[in-house]
Design a protein around this ligand. Structure first.
Ligand SMILES: *Cc1c(COP(=O)(O)O)cnc(C)c1O
Length: 388
């Protein structure tokens, strides 16, 4: 039996064809026809006004920090339970990430914690839709106040929605990732989504080395020149060619991923109840994108225990984010309230993500389910028969 990997990049049918066409076109630098077509697809999938492809989600978050003119002394509220980029993109501007805890049900930033963390230096809140399950953005906005800009780190949530509203369009700015561990990938890549007109023109300029080249390409100015700060955040046409093929296959990718996610969700509740395990929670009105499937084990010992039991049978499952507030850089560059982030600490020590990628067969899903359900947690938990 071959091993089951945790994650595996999936090849879209049109990829090689698109790459060949891009190579033959003689236009390999950014902002050519593949970038234009991929940006249009992305606008459709996120309901956003403007989609600017970038070299990564990290770079899209940095671009957001430049657009917000983050300065030393400014504060940005971020969850402690996220990938380092969410906070690093704040710290690279010299601003201070202020870490808050997450809600135990969704592991998304808790609006009450945001309200408690806001000061007169708070400029923004960077929220993360964990597993593509929507953050309550209106509640975060209300908690933060009108002068504070909410930015969505939507690395997990492409195509997901809440009450019919697409993630990536819920706040003035949002960042996507096309890293090869994400649902849609081009090796390394990302995008900044701009939902507020006041950021639109400057975002194009900062992304193009501080020049007004995009206006020149549109024929709005007859020369282009240096007009603002900026960097080189755009991907080449080769990346965009891969990305377009993936976006064109989005429905197939999602169907394959949902089949795996649904297989776990149908098979595991009885075992979870018997063993004191909590399965990933999806609130009413939320459509998740099958980006990940996680379990919260009753103890740290059971986190290691389940991961080892699966590994012994060639199946890779894994923990997730380690708390940023207590990380070396988080302590040196950020700030945390006196209460710390106990929910984040607990999630780091107990969470297990199961393998989930489009290449998994039904037999693979069954094999993972069989292995998981034959694991017994260490903590004694009453059998379901006793409970019912
Ligand atoms: C993957 C990820 C990132 C970073 O994405 P890159 O494209 O690799 O820069 C940022 N935030 C979250 C929540 C992620 O999952």
């Amino acid at each position: 039996m071959s091993d089951i990997r945790f994650s595996k990049p999936w090849s879209a049918p049109g990829e090689l064809d698109n790459l060949t066409r891009a190579l033959a076109s003689g236009h390999l630098h950014g902002d050519g026809p593949f970038t234009a077509a991929a940006s249009q697809r992305l606008r459709d999938l996120t309901g956003t006004g403007k989609a600017l492809l970038t070299s990564s989600c990290t770079h899209a978050l940095e671009l957001a920090g430049l657009l917000l003119d983050l300065q030393p002394g400014d504060e940005v509220v971020v969850p402690s339970f996220t990938f380092s980029s969410t906070a690093a993109a704040v710290a690279i501007r010299g601003a201070t990430p202020v870490f808050v805890d997450v809600d135990p049900l969704t592991l998304n930033v808790d609006p009450a914690q945001v309200a408690a963390a806001v000061t007169d230096r708070t400029r923004a809140v960077y929220v993360v839709h964990y597993g593509g399950v929507a953050v309550d953005v209106p509640a975060v906005r209300a908690a933060a106040g009108d002068d504070v800009v909410v930015v969505e780190d939507n690395a997990h949530g492409l195509g997901a929605s809440v009450d019919g509203r697409l993630l990536g369009s819920l706040a003035p700015l949002a960042a996507q990732s096309f890293h090869d561990t994400k649902n849609v990938q081009c090796g390394e890549g990302g995008a900044l989504l701009v939902n507020d007109e006041r950021f639109a023109e400057r975002a194009e300029i900062i992304r193009e080395k501080g020049t007004n080249r995009v206006k020149f390409l549109r024929g709005q100015v007859d020369k282009y020149t240096w007009v603002d700060v900026g960097s080189s955040y755009l991907p080449s046409e080769l990346q965009a060619a891969l990305l377009l093929a993936q976006l064109d296959a989005f429905d197939s990718i999602q169907a394959l991923r949902h089949r795996v996610w649904d297989g776990y969700a149908e098979a595991l509740p009885g075992w979870a109840a018997d063993n004191g395990v909590r399965l990933m929670h999806v609130p009413d009105g939320v459509k998740h994108p099958a980006h990940l499937f996680y379990l919260q084990m009753p103890s740290h010992e059971d986190q290691g225990g389940l991961i080892s039991a699966l590994k012994a049978d060639g199946v890779t499952a894994t923990f997730h984010y380690q708390p940023l507030h207590s990380s070396p850089a988080g302590r040196a560059l950020g700030r945390t309230g006196a209460a710390g982030c106990p929910v984040t600490d607990r999630a780091a020590e107990t969470l297990v993500r199961l393998p989930l990628h489009p290449g998994m067969t039904e037999a693979d899903v069954q094999r993972v389910v069989d292995l998981v359900t034959s694991y017994r947690t260490v903590a004694a938990v009453p059998a379901r028969a006793v409970l019912t």
